[in-house]
Design a protein around this ligand. Structure first.
Ligand SMILES: C[S@@+](CC[C@H](N)C(=O)[O-])C[C@H]1O[C@@H](n2cnc3c(N)ncnc32)[C@H](O)[C@@H]1O
Length: 265
């Protein structure tokens, strides 16, 4: 992974080279409505406060978990015993990005949603709450983390989440084989080149032209930047949006020329 200084420099480059959607530069009506109606939607949805209250509980939890080492780990390093508060502090998507995912689900209305990397279930809760009649499948390898996530789903009364426990390398293909299609996928676990590319390709096999795939931490490390490069260049991808902390790809066939946007958020 990049050092905090390297990341900060990359972020500054992103910040000053990205478009904010105002003025010239965004000629795509689809991207323009993504910016104005989803990205910059400042409404406070009902679910936000309830889920943020759960995040707060987790941030204050002194409970210790024994964690198995999955994927590329978090910035704080991998230890066997970790406090829930530490995990909540280092592994979860921030409020800003989790709420963006909520708005994307609310706006594009996917029916079948997949998240790789549940962790404590905060982002899964946002996704599931945005469309209670959608099927939300979230996957996590660590049993002790799974049990906390399940408690959170219960507390938030989210009944549309199916949590698949186990290593993605074993569980993903079985899970996908039982699904007709994936409309929205959030790849947020095992931040290394080959696994990310493999998971992306597996999800693509169940995609349709409306499928949206969000990849987390696309500038977190050299490997993730390479994986993001691979994903953006994939022939099925017709539009990519780079928000620095996440990358979003669309597969819509109505876009005849592939376009890559870097948008400030
Ligand atoms: C960054 S966290 C997910 C955060 C969550 N999406 C959120 O924003 O609230 C990544 C999670 O993926 C899990 N993970 C990583 N690699 C995995 C693998 N190969 N199989 C199963 N779980 C894995 C880790 O245990 C960790 O809990």
């Amino acid at each position: 992974m990049y050092s905090p200084l390297q990341l900060a420099i990359k972020y500054l480059k992103y910040y000053f080279s990205s478009s904010n959607g105002k003025g010239h530069g965004i000629h795509s009506p689809f991207v323009y409505s993504f910016i104005t109606e989803v990205l910059n939607d400042k409404r406070n949805f009902y679910a936000y406060d309830k889920i943020e209250a759960v995040r707060k509980q987790l941030l204050n939890s002194e409970k210790e978990l024994i964690i198995e080492d999955f994927g590329a780990g978090s910035r704080k390093g991998l230890t066997k015993n970790r406090k829930v508060s530490e995990i909540a502090n280092s592994s979860l998507k921030s409020k800003k990005f989790a709420q963006l995912l909520f708005r994307m689900i609310n706006y594009y209305k996917p029916e079948i949603i997949l998240e790789l990397g549940t962790s404590l279930g905060v982002t899964s809760s946002y996704i599931a709450a945005a469309k209670p009649d959608a099927t939300m499948i979230t996957m996590e390898g660590s049993p002790s983390i799974v049990s906390i996530a399940k408690d959170n789903f219960k507390q938030l009364q989210l009944n549309n989440i199916k949590l698949v426990e186990g290593n993605f390398d074993e569980t993903l293909s079985i899970t996908l084989s039982n699904l007709q299609q994936i409309d929205f996928a959030f790849l947020d676990g095992n931040h290394r080149y080959q696994p990310t590319v493999d998971y992306f390709n597996q999800v693509l096999e169940k995609s349709n032209q409306n499928t949206i795939i969000v990849v987390d931490d696309v500038h977190w490390s050299k490997e993730m930047e390479l994986a993001w490069g691979y994903i953006k260049q994939h022939p099925k991808v017709t539009l990519s949006i780079d928000l620095f902390f996440i990358g979003i790809v669309f597969l819509r066939t109505e876009f005849k020329i592939k376009q890559d946007f870097v948008i400030r958020f």
